[in-house]
Design a protein around this ligand. Structure first.
Ligand code: PEP
Length: 249
């Protein structure tokens, strides 16, 4: 799996205004040398996807979205479709983030529909899974991840169309991270599930680690077997941190 090109993806969540273009431009300015070793992706809020994608065109940082409705269009007030994000120049969509699973009660079945919606529009689906603290303490981590993978990943997943992000819920935004050994155990398990279900493609699908990744821990986490990059929340808001994390892979 060492031949898999890493992906460093930033999830800006509900942060960023028009004035954030300067921070994004700083990322573009520093991305050149890093793009030789990793793919870089920034997922700003929907309000900024178009402006960022326009600015990044032909540059070394791709732009993605954070969520989409399963349908392409219709009577769904306030929702946004994968086709709309593709139209703006996005190349990927994060689906199944734990904040959406928690805040909006998203089920595995809905996450799977959203991943299929991303594909329908020609975009890569970044599907997030991960256990809560309670589930980890109860020894259920692999069971939970297995059932989220089974329910959230569409048939026909390929390395071009799918990225899996393992994000322990208790590590998101908390400054806590699992040990390298724990990350390795879960990523090995995920690799096994992907290989079993998607055969040769499963061996190539990128598995990101997410949860309190920062410049000081990125290199260690990125060095773990079957960790093919990172999904970065808080630290992706600052160009210097995001670029330093990418430099660590
Ligand atoms: C995330 O929410 O995807 C995430 C990893 O957040 P943070 O890096 O802030 O923990």
């Amino acid at each position: 799996t060492d031949a898999i090109r890493p992906l460093i993806a930033g999830n800006w969540k509900m942060n960023g205004l028009k004035s954030s273009m300067a921070e994004f431009e700083a990322m573009l300015a520093g991305a050149g040398p890093l793009a030789t070793k990793a793919d870089l992706l920034v997922c700003p809020p929907a309000t900024l996807v178009g402006a960022f994608a326009d600015r990044a065109r032909g540059d070394k940082v791709a732009v993605g979205a954070q969520d989409c409705h399963p349908k392409p269009s219709g009577a769904h007030t306030g929702d946004l479709s994968s086709e709309m994000f593709a139209d703006l120049g996005a190349t990927a969509i994060i689906v199944g983030h734990s904040e959406r699973r928690a805040d909006h009660g998203e089920s595995d079945a809905l996450v799977r529909q959203k991943a299929e919606a991303a594909w329908r529009a020609g975009l890569t689906a970044i599907v997030c899974i991960g256990e809560t603290r309670e589930q980890r303490d109860a020894g259920k981590t692999l069971h939970i991840c297995g059932s989220q993978l089974a329910g959230s990943l569409p048939d026909g997943s390929t390395a071009a169309k799918l990225v899996v992000a393992y994000e322990p819920v208790w590590a998101i935004g908390t400054g806590l991270t699992p040990t390298a050994k724990d990350v390795e155990e879960v990523h090995r398990f995920i690799r096994g599930v992907l290989s079993e279900r998607f055969k040769g493609e499963g061996a190539k699908i990128r598995i990101l680690y997410g949860g309190s990744v920062k410049p000081s821990n990125a290199a260690e986490l990125m060095g773990v077997a079957n960790v093919n990059g990172a999904l970065v929340g808080g630290a992706s808001l600052k160009a210097s941190d995001f670029l330093a994390i990418a430099a660590g892979c």
